[in-house]
Structures are given as C-alpha cells and as structure tokens.
Design a protein around this ligand. Structure first.
Ligand code: SF4
Length: 375
C-alpha cells in the first residue's frame, strides 16, 4: 500500500503568516501539469504494481487548478498503479475557489474528501491573518461542501492578532454547529521572514502570549472532545471514521511518494528506509521534472528511532518502555530522570510497559519527543 502527495505550489496571494513553497503567478499552471505528467512517467517504476490507498493534493492552493488537470493526472495514475476503489482522495481548497459547480466537478473527477482552509468564521480575524476570503465565504463554502461530500475537513487557526478566547470559542462553535466531521485546530506559529514575522519584530503587531495560546489549545480540546470528536493528533480532531488516512499513514511511517516542487517522499524497500525530496524551485522543476529529486538519504538506526518517537507521540501511539530504554542505552540514568520528570509533571502516563502522553501532555508532545529523541 502506498500514499501519494502532490504539491501544487500556486496561491492567489500569500497569506501574512505563510512560509510554504509557492508562487502567486498562475501563468505557469499549464506548464506545471505538463511537468507533473513527466515526473509521474519518470516515477512509473515506483508506482507500478502498487496499490494506492490515499492521494492528497496539497499546496499552495490546489483548488485554483483546473479540475480537468486534476482528473487528467488521476487518469494517468490509474494507467500506472492500482488505485484502491476505497482510496481517500483529498484536495485542499480555499473558500474563495469553491461554488456548487466547482464542488460538483471535483466530485465527478474522483475527489472524495475536501480539506478547506477556512481558518476562521470572523472577518476581523481573517483580515488579521491576511486571508483572501470573508467569513460569509467560510460559512457558505462549508455548508455547500457538506451537501456534496461525505468527508469534509476544515483548518481553523487560533492565536491571531487581537484574538481572545471568546473569538476562538466562536470559531469552534460555528464549525461544530455546521457538523464538520474533521477539524484541524492549529496554533498560529510565527515563521521567519514572513510579513507577520516582520510586523511582530518591528512592534506593529502583538500576538497572544503563551498562556493564552495554551488556554486556546485546552478550549479546543474540551469543546471538540466534548462533542464526540476524537483527538487523534496534536492538532487534529475527527468524528469516528473521518480521520485523514493520508496524514495518519505518514505519521505511522507508512510509505508515501511525493510529486511537485519541494514534495517529500518516504519509501521502504527490502527493509531499507529512505527519505527524499524534490527541489523547492518551480523553475528547476519545470526545466527537468523527470529528475526532480535533489535530496535523498537512507535512514540510520538513530534516525529511525528518533522518527518513531517523534511521530508516535504526535498521534499518541504508545511507545514501549524497553524501546525507549534501548535508545538511551548509553545514558540509563539520564533516561530514568527524564521519565520520572515527565511523570511528575503529569505529561506522560505509564501503563505496564506502555508510555503514552496524557491529555495535558499532548500540548507538550514536541518537548517530550525532543528529550526522548536525543538520548
Ligand atoms: S492559502 Fe495556504 S498555502 Fe496559500 S499562502 Fe495562504 S496559508 Fe499559504
């Protein structure tokens, strides 16, 4: 089984906080899909005979691509690999691109899950984030998508300039009221060199502090789990059966193959695990898509251990005590002290041989992983 990720690196404008690899000129969209077809032919050997269980069109903003280009690529893929009839096919979309016609076309093209970059249902907050859509777009699009798709996910973001707990509660309440089955509740993170980063550095903008952010995280957890959503990853909540199969597979270290500039891959062959990625340059990608990979590494036992720890904690999959101990074989006392410290803080629990995060510890998953990884 294999999952696929396709990075479509185009957006109408760049949001104030975003540092993803993308361009804001659409004139290369046609050339991009020609290049994607060539890259797919070049990777045919990695696809042939494999069963595809999940396909994720990410970006950028895949919803600005013509639907015919999406369906054309899916047809090409079907000629090379076997797509599981039950495969999850997700497309990330922005509210301003979706209307009933576009939704119907996407569904007819084979997309069966939409992941909508809503971020907020408040105009003030959307302006603070530098988003191109309005609160009315958010509500209308989600309602229309839910009428046509069984599986709809939305991204919500907290921690914007001027945002308080009431604003965040309002966003979560609207999402739940609409009946969205999957909610990704992200904390705004300040990425270097973004417009927002410059505004914060120069004192023009002040973001909510860590305490408010922690309270927002706790509020999301309480509201969503209280309404029956399962908290299955640090920032992700889903009603039963609606988790992202593509994301879960990558967090569980199952193989995935990436296409498009800056796309990453993880492949396992005969017990050898390798990660590789395409160059993060549209110009280079368009010039030679058949040789898009510009970085490849075979994982060492140390890297495999670190990944297992980091990714397991993100989805709170139990880690065996003995496995953790082996990773710290050279410093057993330091490991015992770490374990005791996290137990005392209430961030982890130990049941028999199994180490898991507590609900409170979920907020500190990266911190716990960081300590356990560098033994
Ligand atoms: S729409 Fe998404 S990918 Fe595009 S600029 Fe905004 S945050 Fe970044």
């Amino acid at each position: 089984m294999l999952s696929l990720y396709i990075h479509i690196p185009f957006c109408r404008t760049r949001c104030r906080y975003c540092d993803f690899f993308l361009v804001t000129r659409k004139e290369h969209l046609g050339a991009f899909f020609d290049a994607l077809a060539e890259e797919t032919r070049a990777k045919a050997d990695m696809l042939r005979g494999r069963q595809i269980k999940a396909i994720h069109f990410g970006g950028g903003t895949p919803s600005i691509a013509p639907v015919a280009s999406i369906s054309g690529w899916l047809s090409q893929l079907a000629g090379l690999a076997s797509i599981d009839p039950d495969a999850e096919i997700t497309l990330e979309a922005n509210p301003e691109d979706l209307d009933p016609v576009a939704l119907a076309e996407l569904r007819d093209a084979g997309v069966n899950r939409l992941s909508i970059g809503v971020q907020s249902f408040s105009d003030r907050k959307l302006r603070a984030l530098g988003r191109a859509h309005t609160a009315a777009d958010s509500t209308r699009t989600v309602s229309e998508a839910l009428e046509r798709f069984d599986s709809v996910a939305i991204d919500l973001m907290c921690g914007a300039e001027g945002e308080g707990l009431d604003d965040w509660e309002g966003d979560l309440a609207v999402a739940m009221g609409l009946g969205v089955p999957h909610v990704s509740a992200y904390m705004l993170t300040l990425e270097e060199k973004t417009r927002l980063w410059r505004d914060v550095r120069q004192g023009r903008v002040e973001l909510p502090g860590e305490e408010v952010q922690a309270a927002m995280y706790g509020l999301a957890r309480r509201m969503l789990t209280g309404a029956g959503y399962r908290h299955y990853e640090v920032s992700n909540y889903a009603l039963e059966g609606f988790h992202s199969r593509y994301n879960l597979a990558s967090w569980m270290r199952e193989p995935y193959l990436g296409f498009g500039p800056s796309a990453h891959s993880f492949m396992v062959d005969g017990g050898v695990e390798a990660r590789f990625s395409n160059a993060g340059s549209l110009t280079r990608y368009l010039a030679d898509p058949g040789h898009a990979v510009d970085f490849r590494e075979v994982l060492t036992p140390r890297q495999r251990f670190d990944e297992e720890v980091f990714l397991s904690l993100r989805i709170n999959r139990a880690l065996l005590l003995d496995f953790l101990r082996q990773g710290h074989a050279s410093e057993p006392q330091r490991f015992d002290a770490l374990l005791a410290g996290f137990l005392e803080k209430g961030w982890i629990s130990l049941t028999g041989e199994q180490v898991t995060l507590t609900e409170e510890g979920f907020l500190f998953a990266d911190e716990v992983a960081g300590e356990f990884m560098h033994g």
